[in-house]
Ligand binder design. Structure first.
Ligand SMILES: *Cc1c(COP(=O)(O)O)cnc(C)c1O
Length: 211
């Protein structure tokens, strides 16, 4: 279930990693999805993930956990200890904190740079015009294992131009992974080249609380 083959027009059939977004859901809801064979999960808050995932990871040691929400530098140590992939690297302070912690804890994580493709003032992510230099800094200055890019397009906007912009930035920086597409638009994202989709409500049902 983790890797599915999609065959969309204009896209070579290639594996797409499904990140099952389990935020707001408890272990009792997550366990059936684990039993069905899903092994890649996403959470958007470090503290919430700490409350439910250490026990589940103990039961299912091959689980890969992705952080898909904003990270504060005072939570970097906890995030590095628990997560396998951090998709939301978007500023120098976080890159520095993650570099320090991965070395200290001798952990081998993968990182994605989050790009604010809509240049929305309130939204996380590096601005598109600053992305190239930030990617270089993360790799060369901080030594982070950067594998791809992530975006959350503005709501109520056609996501396609945003997906295309992310794909272009990834291509010119030789990054293989593109994390884009959620429950409402993952098929469109796959058509635009997504290699990773983050799907919550389409798997777990609609959330009571929006986080
Ligand atoms: C919650 C969330 C998702 C999943 O959203 P759904 O609409 O439930 O599929 C994907 N990405 C991020 C960053 C999220 O916070």
């Amino acid at each position: 279930m983790t890797q599915a083959y999609f065959n969309v027009k204009n896209r070579v059939a290639a594996p797409v990693t499904l990140v099952a977004v389990s935020k707001t859901y408890f272990a009792v809801d997550i366990r059936p999805v684990l039993e069905a064979g899903q092994r890649v999960f996403g959470e958007n808050r470090v503290q919430e993930a700490q409350e439910k995932w250490p026990a589940l990871k103990h039961e299912y040691p091959d689980v890969k956990l992705h952080l898909i929400g904003p990270l504060q530098s005072n939570k970097a140590a906890d995030a590095v200890a628990l997560f396998d992939v951090i998709q939301t690297v978007d500023r120098t302070k976080i890159a520095e904190a993650l570099a320090k912690e991965t070395k200290k804890q001798k952990r081998d994580l993968q990182f994605y740079i989050q790009v604010n493709t809509g240049s929305e003032p309130q939204k996380a992510g590096i601005l598109p015009e600053a992305a190239d230099q930030f990617i270089i800094d993360c790799k060369e200055k901080y030594g982070l294992n950067v594998v791809g890019l992530m975006c959350i397009p503005p709501v109520n906007e056609n996501p396609v131009p945003h997906f295309k912009m992310l794909a272009q930035i990834a291509k010119r920086n030789s990054l293989a992974e593109l994390s884009m597409g959620m429950s409402s638009d993952f098929e469109i994202a796959i058509g635009a080249g997504a290699t990773v989709v983050r799907v919550g409500s389409a798997i777990f049902g609609s959330r009571q609380i929006t986080k």
